[in-house]
Design a protein around this ligand. Structure first.
Ligand code: UDX
Length: 440
């Protein structure tokens, strides 16, 4: 099959590369020359494990091609995926202008015969119908076009694995031809097939991300109860999660959810609800707990660390990515800078992206230990593997005061106590906290 992806972000580029690897010819259309030049040379721009190698392999085999020219890609394509961004507007609703602009542009180049156009971008209910209307208005008479919603559920950091092994492949369309085409295209990919109407497919993606956000906020809410009562949130959630109706997965408490999807999609679902006159207080509660999990954690630091020199490990919104969109680290760093703290940071992948924003306002280290010297506390915000089995003795020696704030609960309190740390985590008892008045 010949396929076009419009957009080369996480969803567009990863899916395009995987489909090229199956032997399809895949065009990827973008509009920034500098980015396209890098992609043509095998530089995926984003950091995603395994992507560079897979991209270079398929570039070599001439199965993946990059262009800004719609007239090269669209006329020879059987399937066109729209995978452009739908960023939040000021009010939180999804900005669909890129989707509609792209639909208008591509529609003019659709070949005579059948072409399927499918939105991979996360879009509110009714968007695909609008895309179909645009396509039908601008296409040539001999071109037959059908639309389908085929949402993507890949996670950053494991995007290639998720694309190859999804739990489900959702296909929403009123056209049998469109459904058959997408079933054929997904043939080498595992996962349960869910065939449904357009509106349901569009809503499935929002529901899924809102449910994931709900699980995280619920875990964080319970962590607040634990901190007030002396209970241990990990023990509570482990026991609760044994119940198969609930499950333990995606209920890790911490400094809250970030990234390019969960925050944006919950807010967009709130906006969709408001436009439909639905009470959205439940979803607003999810967002509120997420903000509280950041501010509670920051307050612990502000209450304890009086000597304002600190080290931070982890800037990306989750491990195995350099993506910093809506990362909890932003919130914390901004708060601490405002209160006059001097900050040294280390992250295995996201520092270049952070440097573009903070410049010299914070200092960047080359390795985890390098940022610790003379710092009054270490703060952990992302659970990168390389932080999990560090040399605790070395950390204690380097820090001016042996104090750790662990926003991802990566260490065992008992172990930290044995090593003589003051240790503050989420929803678990603080270890030998110095009295507030004394501070550290
Ligand atoms: C998410 C969805 O998981 C994916 O299906 C969808 O296609 C895109 O959005 P992603 O944004 O890559 O994927 O990250 P995800 O693994 O969902 O994590 C999102 C955020 O939640 C991260 O900041 C992570 O640290 C946080 N999180 C996750 C928790 O705080 N606790 C958890 O238990 C799980």
């Amino acid at each position: 099959m010949t396929i076009t992806f419009i957009g080369h972000g996480y969803v567009g580029l990863v899916t395009a590369t995987v489909l090229a690897d199956f032997g399809n010819k895949v065009w990827v259309v973008g509009h920034t020359k500098e980015k396209l030049d890098r992609l043509k040379k095998g530089d995926p721009i984003i950091y995603e494990p395994g992507l560079k190698e897979l991209l270079q392999k398929n570039l070599k085999a001439n199965r993946i091609l990059f262009t800004s020219d719609y007239s090269k890609a669209i006329p020879e394509s059987d399937v066109v995926f729209i995978a452009v961004g739908t960023p939040p507007k000021n009010g939180g609703e999804a900005d669909l202008s890129a989707v509609f602009k792209v639909a208008e542009k591509l529609g003019k180049h659709i070949k005579p015969g059948f072409t399927l156009v499918s939105c991979k971008s996360t879009v509110p209910v009714g968007t695909n119908i609008k895309v179909e209307t645009i396509l039908k208005k601008v296409k040539s008479k001999k071109a037959e076009v059908a639309v389908a919603s085929c949402p993507e559920f890949l996670r950053e950091g494991s995007a290639i694995y998720d694309t190859l092994n999804p739990d489900r492949v959702v296909i929403g369309s009123d056209s049998k031809k469109a459904i058959d085409k997408l079933l054929e295209l997904h043939h080498p990919i595992s996962g349960k097939r869910v065939i449904t109407d357009l509106a349901s497919a569009e809503l499935i993606k929002y529901t899924s991300n809102a449910m994931l956000a709900t699980k995280i906020s619920f875990a964080n809410l319970i962590s607040f109860y634990c901190e007030k009562t002396g209970a241990d949130v990990e023990n509570v959630l482990d026991a609760v999660g044994i119940d198969k109706r609930i499950g333990r997965i995606f209920m890790d408490p911490g400094v809250g959810y970030g990234g390019s999807c969960l925050p944006k999609d919950v807010n967009a679902l709130i906006k969709i609800g408001e436009s439909l006159d639905i009470d959205t207080s439940y979803l607003k509660g999810v967002v509120n707990v997420n903000s509280l999990s950041r501010s509670n954690f920051t307050n612990k630091i502000l209450n304890v660390v009086k000597d304002k020199k600190i080290a931070i490990w982890g800037l990306s919104f989750k491990p195995n990515t350099d993506d910093i969109r809506e990362a909890p680290s932003f919130y914390l760093i901004n708060e601490l800078l405002e209160k006059g703290y001097s900050i040294r940071v280390y992250d295995p992948a996201a520092m270049e992206n952070f440097k573009k924003i903070y410049g010299k306002k914070i200092q960047f280290g080359k390795d985890p230990y390098g940022v610790l010297k003379n710092a009054s506390a270490l703060i952990i915000l992302t659970e990168w593997n390389e932080f999990k089995q560090v040399d605790l003795k070395k950390i204690k020696k380097l820090l001016k005061k042996p104090v750790i704030f662990d926003g991802r609960n990566i260490f065992e309190p008992k172990v930290m106590e044995n090593f003589g740390f003051s240790y503050f985590s989420v929803g678990r008892k603080a270890i030998s906290p110095p009295r507030h008045s004394e501070g550290v």
